[in-house]
Design a protein around this ligand. Structure first.
Ligand code: NI
Length: 136
């Protein structure tokens, strides 16, 4: 059931928000507000170390000595948190690995930090998402 409520905002803030709505192609303000609220719930799940899901994206040079082995070893340390891993050979040097993770927020964050700190990793990003259990 939908409930209505009104929000008071400074005019400048509302103008900026309407610009965001246009840029992000939201249909209306309500849809944009719902998205912001759900995003804040997802942020809280991570901050409170709840069960979460996410995606770690890793770019590295596979010619770097021992790096491939290190990345495999780190993933075996967290086998319970890894749903699946996809490897893409991007060009002669560079590989991308996309790792879907689920588990306690602190554990999957630690995996991302460990991968990021491996020598030769050029980029490591953690996209924080949700199991959806607490989102409506
Ligand atoms: Ni590769």
């Amino acid at each position: 059931m939908l409930k209505r409520f009104s929000i008071s905002l400074e005019e400048d803030l509302l103008d900026d928000f309407d610009q965001v709505i246009t840029d992000k192609k939201y249909k209306n303000r309500s849809e944009a507000i719902r998205d912001l609220i759900r995003n804040s719930f997802v942020e809280n799940e991570w901050a409170d170390d709840k069960d979460v899901m996410g995606v770690i994206t890793l770019v590295y040079d596979h010619h770097q000595p021992n790096l491939q082995e290190k990345i495999t070893e780190l993933q075996h340390n967290f086998f319970q948190q890894i749903v699946s891993t996809t490897h893409v050979h991007m060009d002669h040097h560079n590989c991308m690995e996309v790792i879907i993770v689920r588990g306690k927020a602190a554990e999957v964050s630690r995996l991302a930090d460990d991968l990021n700190s491996a020598r030769g990793v050029r980029n490591c990003r953690l996209a924080m998402s949700s199991t959806g259990k607490h989102l409506h």
